[in-house]
Design a protein around this ligand. Structure first.
Ligand SMILES: NC(=O)c1ccc[n+]([C@@H]2O[C@H](COP(=O)([O-])OP(=O)(O)OC[C@H]3O[C@@H](n4cnc5c(N)ncnc54)[C@H](OP(=O)(O)O)[C@@H]3O)[C@@H](O)[C@H]2O)c1
Length: 336
């Protein structure tokens, strides 16, 4: 399978390391031989139609900060040029999530689909702003579009709801979908102020460069959009979410919740309305997880409420979700 990888940050590099370390087992077990024919970051690109040397790629990025220095020719081909001119079967999109205009991910995804490439995205921006139209574009171009790493990182939340609960009618769901805000709120429950808890989360590298994505609930809202479309069959985008972040949560709110044997959590819910906001959750509820954990409870017509818990982020965890999508694509191609 010929792959173009756009973005070579934490997730992109973790994925390449995963390909490298598991190449024998992937081939023996699944017949999968991922061949990365092109990679680009914000400064340049590396291309080899017979397959890039993955260790050399990592070294080039580590040494010079860009894949452009993979070879002496210093490839300046832009991402869009690469997608248009380099032959590949799959685009893996791992550039930064942007909720203003979804670029550059949106152009990468639409260009690839129009060229007949299957797409795997862990970038939430294009899905948050244009889920319904991207699904239509994929169907129109007869390509597969996978995005299991966008919600829950390596924890297969989307697959669980769509496949394990298939045949059931999910009536509602509620979840903690942003590990950073959960970490901050968990620390506030031990007595830290909002500012100190935020500083601590920043020092551990948990907070996005644009802190508003976490603190104002945008990341959780983007995941809610993806769940609402994919699991509930709704046709919604980011402006449809009633979204409040955690900036106004005080230590008094936390103490008040504690008196009721509850904790304050940033909850994304779909129960008639699509809402992200701080809410008191009983400490006895399985949803009430602490630290950077994510959790989501799906309520369905006949099976009651089921809660799935796991780490919602991390480079290697998210890379494993890409591998899952890749294997799905491989199996679907083999079936047809
Ligand atoms: N990290 C996680 O745990 C996690 C979990 C789930 C989903 N995600 C999503 O996965 C995506 C990647 O996350 P990450 O942690 O790997 O981010 P990251 O480390 O910031 O990497 C982003 C990559 O995108 C590249 N990029 C930015 N603008 C570009 C442009 N115009 N053209 C080409 N490349 C461009 C960057 O290039 P440079 O290297 O040159 O800066 C970098 O390589 C994000 O959308 C994130 O929301 C991440």
């Amino acid at each position: 399978m010929r792959i173009i990888l756009c973005g070579f940050g934490v997730v992109g590099q973790s994925l390449v390391k995963l390909f490298d370390s598991r190449s024998e087992d992937l081939y023996a077990k699944y017949g999968l031989k991922p061949r990365v024919v092109g990679v680009f970051d914000s400064k340049g690109s590396a291309v080899d139609s017979s397959g890039l040397d993955l260790q050399k790629l990592i070294e080039a990025k580590k040494k010079s900060g860009t894949v452009k220095n993979y070879s002496d020719t210093k490839n300046s081909m832009s991402g869009i040029e690469m997608l248009k001119h380099v032959e590949a079967d799959i685009l893996i999109e791992t550039t930064a999530s942007n909720y203003k205009d979804a670029e550059p991910g949106m152009s990468h995804i639409t260009t690839a689909m129009k060229k007949g490439m299957h797409v795997i995205s862990v970038n939430k921006g294009p899905l948050a702003l244009a889920f319904p139209s991207l699904m239509e574009l994929a169907v129109y171009n007869q390509v597969m579009f996978k995005f299991s790493g966008t919600v829950g990182g390596g924890t297969p939340i989307l697959d669980y709801a769509k496949n394990s609960l298939s045949g059931e009618r999910i009536t509602s769901f509620a979840g903690i979908l942003n590990g950073t805000t959960n970490y901050i709120l968990s620390n506030m429950s031990t007595g830290l102020s909002f500012d100190s808890a935020l500083k601590d989360a920043q020092s551990k590298g948990y907070v996005e460069a644009d802190e508003s994505l976490d603190l104002d609930g945008l990341d959780a809202a983007a995941k809610l959009v993806i769940l609402a479309n994919w699991v509930m069959g709704m046709k919604v985008t980011l402006p449809d979410i009633d979204c409040t972040g955690i900036r106004k949560v005080t230590t008094d709110d936390i103490k008040k919740a504690d008196k009721n044997n509850c904790s304050v959590k940033l909850i994304a819910s779909c129960d008639g309305k699509l809402v992200v906001g701080p809410k008191e959750i009983s400490n006895d509820d399985p949803l009430c997880v602490n630290g950077t954990l994510n959790a989501i409870a799906f309520t369905s017509e006949h099976s009651g409420t089921q809660t799935i818990i796991g780490r919602g982020a991390g480079g290697i965890e998210t890379a494993s979700s890409i591998l899952r999508d890749l294997l799905d694509i491989r199996q679907e191609i083999a079936r047809t």
